[in-house]
Write a protein that binds this ligand. Sequence first.
Ligand code: AMP
Length: 210
Amino acid sequence: MRLILLGAPGAGKGTQAANISEKLGIPVISTGNIIRREIDKGSALGEAAKRIINEGNLLPDSLVNDMVRARLNEQDCANGFILDGFPRKISQAKFLEEENISIDKVISIEVSDEDILDRMTGRRVCRSCGKSYHIEYNAPKAENICDDCGCELSIRPDDKIETVKNRLEVYHNETEPLKDYYVKKGILSIVFGCEKVEDTVKAVNKVLEA
Ligand code: AMP
């Protein structure tokens, strides 16, 4: 299965992607996580990305598309993958088509801007494996420690309220038009992000089984 997850920042794409990955045994390709790892490594790409990501803007396609092409060519993607955070604009969706990368389903997780702003303040991420948590709605078993890899959790620098507001604006202007794009292709499903993660998981599973 080749899947795309759409949704505003903080809608819960990362959490749903991790659940689907476990269920279907296919990898999650999160462009945000790949970029953050490059920043941590201090690579040339990371240096170029740091300011853009911290302001909540999108990196140029020239940087992101090559990264995605290389990742999708890896062996573990042969039986399918979950794209989390790509495409984020029409030009990136067209890139997938130009590369003959067909997509089976696109799931858009819908959460109101008000709820997003509320959720972001409690978000914590593992910088090592990329898993995300919420201190109230999806807490780790041990305070501030990743359940999967035992590393310390942190607040993303781009989760600051002003940056989140800009990311939401970028989402509505650049990414949301992708919903219409994939409706026209007949592969879009909408899932409403619920307060309880398990309820959203159930709704996503229904789409996968349909
Ligand atoms: P995310 O972890 O998916 O919220 O992504 C964090 C940030 O990484 C975004 O706000 C962008 O700055 C950058 N980014 C991630 N994916 C893309 C993409 N497909 N195109 C451009 N920039 C991206």
